[in-house]
Write a protein that binds this ligand. Structure first.
Ligand code: SAH
Length: 194
């Protein structure tokens, strides 16, 4: 494993993310939104994740900027990154599939919205956000640069901590007791050990 191979693995992950998301994005455009809790701040948080997971690392992979923040690459980092990247893509694919027509890029309730509580959603309430954390961790191991490597973690942290409470409040308002019961038996991004 070399830094170049690790950077290629990172880039393949980004392309795979686009390919997995595209059909869901196309379908979501056709489904009516019945309530919308999106704010400018939520859009900014989404922007922070995009900058951290794609713009900054793309600049690094394409130009080596900022080289001053490079550190020594070890082959094991690339292998760990590959493993975590595979976990990210599997979780991202499965959560998209299981959430189906209920997915939105932001905080929205769709026409005929159903509360999904099976598949991955049986164990965690936010498996797609779990996948984003894995993506950021994979990026950290694959790109041996303090700026490009950490940008994903910072971007995902901004999106996650800004959004998760608001998303759960929106779901509670829509599904009431059913969401309370669901939340009582699941973890947010990691399954509960009990
Ligand atoms: N937070 C979830 C979903 C991300 S997509 C995850 O990480 O897997 C965001 C949209 O999904 C929200 O706007 C909400 O409308 C919808 N959503 C979140 N949890 C849901 C659930 N359990 N069932 C149905 N829709 C859900």
């Amino acid at each position: 494993m070399t830094p170049t191979v690790a950077a290629i693995i990172w880039a393949v992950g980004l392309v795979a993310w686009v390919v997995i998301r595209a059909p869901h994005q196309r379908r979501a455009r056709k489904i009516r939104t019945v309530s919308d809790a999106r704010t400018t701040a939520d859009r900014a948080a989404l922007g922070a994740a995009t900058v951290g997971l794609s713009i900054i690392p793309l600049i690094y992979v394409a130009t080596s900027f900022p080289a001053f923040a490079d550190y020594g690459f070890k082959p094991w980092m690339g292998w760990v990154g590959l493993l975590v990247e595979a976990g990210f893509l599997s979780l991202f694919y499965a959560s998209h599939k299981q959430l189906g027509k209920n997915w939105s890029v932001s905080l929205e309730i769709r026409d005929k919205h159903k509360l999904v509580t099976d598949g991955l959603y049986r164990y965690v309430r936010h498996p797609m956000y779990s996948s984003f954390w894995l993506w950021a961790i994979a990026q950290f191991f694959l790109l041996p640069n303090w700026v490009a490597g950490l940008a994903g973690l910072i971007g995902v942290a901004i999106l996650y901590f800004f959004r998760v409470g608001k998303e759960e409040a929106m779901m509670r308002q829509t599904f009431g007791q059913a969401y309370d019961d669901y939340a009582a038996r699941t973890g947010r991004v990691v399954p509960r050990p009990w």
